[in-house]
Design a protein around this ligand. Structure first.
Ligand SMILES: Nc1nc2c(ncn2[C@@H]2O[C@H](COP(=O)(O)OP(=O)(O)O)[C@@H](O)[C@H]2O)c(=O)[nH]1
Ligand SMILES: [Mg+2]
Length: 268
């Protein structure tokens, strides 16, 4: 079997919070097969590389800037949102890289990317560091996605991660059940616009309703329609973003102040 031409290559995206180890893992996975480009109009590197999965299969790997959430508060975070909402070439798979010792903070965006409808693998990074034991099986059960403990630095688990990538590319694990349940108003508004908002998942439509003012791919006519409708319905975007974020947190943290059920801190 010959390797397909570049244009048809599948796209795997490395996403996660800043400093979770995406670039280190990217270097592990792509070695010298890297290309650095630019995002249009900004001085942030756009790093892609070739990931060889087997003799017959190679995919394009994209190393995204770090972000905490799909509600961006910085330039880098907007790049991430644009990548998912605007780019024609949608990822075939997301490898979500999280620092095990920072899991509670880092899980928010994982649940958002999952709700966008992409197949996702959780790569629990930095397991070479002492201090935290993670019950990967409990995480896997809770989020219904594969969880692979790795160290991008030492290479522990990287082979298992590659095998999981191969597996998911052939059998995508898109879950039907969204992690976040829309409010009645969010449901009505996304249903009202339906397929006129060019994103398949309901959550992609909701994010478009939040971000339409600065998204460049939307036609002006649609933008002004979204503007008038959301004003008429008194849709409070900020309040809705806050409620959604709190609702997501409440599902993976038992109650304020306590640690996640699946995290056990080892005694020193
Ligand atoms: N101990 C350890 N450190 C790591 C690992 N992966 C990344 N780091 C370190 O964490 C920091 C952030 O890594 P980087 O790859 O730049 O994160 P990015 O912001 O997500 O691209 C760097 O100092 C890395 O050397 C790992 O698996 N184990
Ligand atoms: Mg990086």
């Amino acid at each position: 079997m010959s390797i397909p031409p570049k244009a048809e290559q599948k796209l795997v995206i490395l996403a996660g919070n800043p400093n979770s180890g995406k670039s280190t893992l990217f270097n592990q996975l792509t070695g010298l097969n890297q290309r650095v480009g630019n995002y249009p109009g900004i001085t942030v590197d756009r790093k892609t590389g070739t990931l060889h999965l087997s003799a017959e299969q190679e995919v394009t790997l994209l190393d995204l800037p770090g972000a905490y959430s799909m509600y961006p508060s910085s330039k880098d975070e907007r790049i991430v949102v644009r990548q998912f909402l605007e780019e024609k070439k949608q990822p075939d798979l997301i490898v979500y890289v999280a620092d095990v010792s920072q899991l509670e903070k880092q899980i928010l965006m994982l649940t958002q990317l999952k709700d966008l409808g992409y197949p996702v693998i959780l790569a629990l990074n930095m397991v070479d560091m002492p201090g935290v034991t993670i019950h990967a099986d409990q995480l896997q059960e809770h989020f219904k996605i594969p969880v692979v403990p790795i160290s991008g630095k030492t290479g522990i688990g990287v082979m298992a991660l590659k095998l999981q990538i191969v597996h998911l590319l052939s059998q995508p694990n898109v879950s039907e059940e969204p992690y976040y349940k829309f409010s009645l108003q969010e449901k009505q508004l996304t249903e009202y616009f339906g397929d006129r908002i060019p994103f398949q998942s309901a959550y992609g439509k909701l994010l478009t309703l939040h971000h339409f003012e600065w998204l460049e791919h939307l036609p002006e006519g649609l933008k002004s329609e979204i503007r008038s409708k959301t004003i008429a319905e008194r849709f409070n975007s900020i309040q809705s973003q806050i409620s959604e974020t709190l609702s997501r947190y409440s599902r993976f943290t038992p109650s304020s102040g306590k640690r996640c059920i699946w995290m056990k801190v080892e005694q020193a």
